[in-house]
Design a protein around this ligand. Structure first.
Ligand code: NAD
Length: 572
């Protein structure tokens, strides 16, 4: 059978494959295509435009057949979504090795990729689509939460007068309580912003031109309320801020009009960002065009529309810079609005930084990044037990990072709806990830969990990606485009005992713009799994530490020295 059909991973403890080491990739491949999880499962598309889990339904069936019979000393090779070989290896070797969408440098562009895809020779793997570790929108929410948590730390570091948390109130508790954030765009990614701000205890005003997007976020409880107009939004925001009460407010309007008005009024805004689809000028509504006319106007005159969108983005970004001049913390959230505003004629567009250099890189220096896991049993009680284990392992009193980890897990338990197999994500660093993995393995061994756990991560991690427009933008030593690190990351995970390892090209930023690697390891409760987990979950974030030591980051050097990461030419 090679046609599209609904796919859902088996649950429970009965094995389809010969061991949990092969059952795990089998279930996770199927889980990526679960209609609850995938955007267009019939086309094998999981997320991110055209990110696929397998090249064709015939290839999918062949991968399933191979994983079902694969022995614990064999390795399946997958080339851009198609199984191309099974090799005799050994028990420490990965059971699956994956390479997706890779093209030689001069050929690494969309045109050539699409030609080859048309011929059936490749597929787009995105990051976690073709590497079988996608867990739905929880990933976006957590990444956005983490970014706003880092913004809160920056505000505290600047000595901005942000009242202590309304919840905890002890010294490690840095939050957005008592601050107002203004942003725009409540789409697929941007819709996570209001909840991420309130999870950090702040107040958010979210400007959006499309009423249906506001309604959707209200329905899913990502947004608390909608204001009637700007006066109402500001009144609600100030009242909640003064009461140290988290609140997210939707405001129907155009950011290119609302933000300049905030400047004009001298509104008390502490944080400003944006997640309109600025990277594509046809997906940004210029001021002066009614929402109802958007489609017709961009179809009628795409060039003229682009020019008007850029002009509006210039006005929008000018207001962001002016709010920065007035003392607000301002950052670009990965949508290229600075560059579009520059093209629209505004010469101070790059006066504020991108979010990775501003907030995420210090975390990468500590080997911190998006650690995630899924329960192969399919039972939400297994994730609830792992949540409790994480909270015990990393006590909130010990650091600000653990405080925000507690806040995230506690709120995620209440607010995150599982898509496909129950799963969880949280950011952990070097010296922490392997402790969590070993604890999960013990819980499987003792029967506290009903079935094994798979532990993986996004490719957007500290030491696994080269991406000059995002994760490696503005590296201290100018090494933004050096991709050796991502390849070494895949090699070291393979050498350390990961269960499956992948190397991809393109991902979220497109062909020619990034190379990245992923790993997944199975905690099946055995002693062998414990040995592998200790190595993989130490060495994988260790790559983040050494990559940033090499680039000259002091914090990475401190972490390496404190936690015993060996870096030959750095003196220890
Ligand atoms: P989306 O297209 O689903 O949503 C964009 C929203 O912006 C839409 O709801 C649209 O109505 C609204 N909008 C457009 N023009 C507006 C205006 N002038 N004023 C107010 N609202 C306006 O896009 P998305 O998936 O939410 O992504 C948003 C942006 O974030 C994209 O540019 C995307 O490339 C970027 N992005 C960032 C990251 C990251 O890591 N931070 C990752 C991926 C994508």
């Amino acid at each position: 059978m090679t046609e599209a059909r609904p796919v859902r991973a088996p649950r429970g403890t009965e094995l389809t494959a010969r061991s949990w080491q092969t059952e795990a990739p089998l279930r996770m491949l199927m889980n990526n295509l679960d209609p609850d999880n995938a955007e267009r499962p019939d086309d094998l598309v999981v997320y991110g435009g055209t990110g696929k889990a397998a090249r064709s339904w015939a290839a999918y069936d062949a991968i399933v057949a191979e994983l079902t019979t694969l022995a614990d000393d064999e390795t399946l090779l997958v080339q851009s979504g198609k199984p191309v070989g099974v090799m005799r290896t050994h028990t420490w070797a990965p059971r699956v090795l994956i390479a997706n969408s890779n093209l030689v440098g001069d050929w690494a562009n969309w045109e050539e990729f699409r030609r080859l895809e048309e011929l059936g020779l490749t597929m787009y793997g995105q990051m976690t689509a073709g590497s079988w570790i996608y867990i739905g929108t929880q990933g976006i929410l957590q990444g956005t939460y983490e970014t706003f948590a880092a913004v809160a730390e920056r505000l505290a570091g600047r000595g901005l007068d942000t009242p202590a948390s309304s919840l905890g109130g002890h010294s490690t508790n840095v939050s957005l309580a008592g601050t107002i954030t203004v942003t725009a765009g409540l789409g697929g990614m941007g819709g996570a912003q209001p909840l991420a701000v309130t999870m950090n205890e702040g107040v958010a005003i979210c400007v959006e031109v499309d009423q249906s997007r506001i309604a959707r976020r209200l329905e899913h409880r990502y947004l608390d309320c909608q204001a009637d107009d700007l006066d109402h939004a500001l009144a609600l925001a100030v009242e909640a801020r003064d009461a140290l009460r988290p609140l997210s407010i939707g405001l129907l309007g155009n950011a290119a009009e609302v933000l300049p008005e905030l400047v004009r009024r001298g509104a008390p805004i502490d944080v400003v960002t944006d997640q309109t689809s600025a990277h594509d000028p046809l997906a940004y509504l210029p001021a002066g065009i009614a929402f109802e006319d958007w489609e017709a106007e961009r179809t009628r005159d795409p060039e003229g529309f682009t020019a008007r969108a850029r002009e509006s983005m210039a006005t929008h970004v000018r207001a962001m810079v002016e709010l920065q001049d007035a003392g607000a913390e301002v950052f670009d959230y990965g949508n290229s609005i600075r560059d579009e505003a520059r093209k629209g004629g505004y010469d101070r567009a790059f006066a504020f930084p991108g979010f990775v250099p501003a907030y995420i890189r210090p975390q990468f220096c500590e080997g911190r990044g998006p650690f995630r896991w899924a329960a192969l049993s399919g039972d939400p009680a297994d994730i609830a037990a792992t949540d409790r284990a994480i909270l015990e392992l990393f006590p909130r009193e010990e650091s600000a990072a653990y405080e925000r980890l507690h806040r995230w897990i506690t709120m995620a338990r209440e607010r995150v709806h599982f898509q496909g197999l129950p799963a969880r994500i949280c950011w952990l660093g070097y010296g922490e990830r392997h402790r969590a993995g070993l604890r999960f393995n013990e819980m499987v061994a003792s029967g506290e969990l009903k079935a094994p756990i798979v532990i993986g991560r996004d490719h957007l991690d500290c030491g696994s990606v080269a991406s000059p427009y995002r994760e490696t933008e503005a590296m201290l030593d100018g090494s933004d485009a050096i991709a050796d690190w991502a390849l070494l990351n895949a090699l070291v995970n393979t050498a350390s005992g990961a269960t499956w390892v992948s190397i991809h090209h393109g991902g979220g930023v497109g062909m020619g713009r990034s190379i990245h690697a992923g790993q997944v390891i199975v905690a099946d409760g055995t002693a062998l799994a414990a040995e592998k987990i200790e190595r993989v979950l130490t060495n994988d974030p260790g790559m983040g530490v050494i990559r940033h030591v090499d680039a000259g980051y002091d914090r990475a050097a401190e972490v390496a020295a404190e936690r015993g990461v060996r870096v030959p030419m750095a003196g220890w």
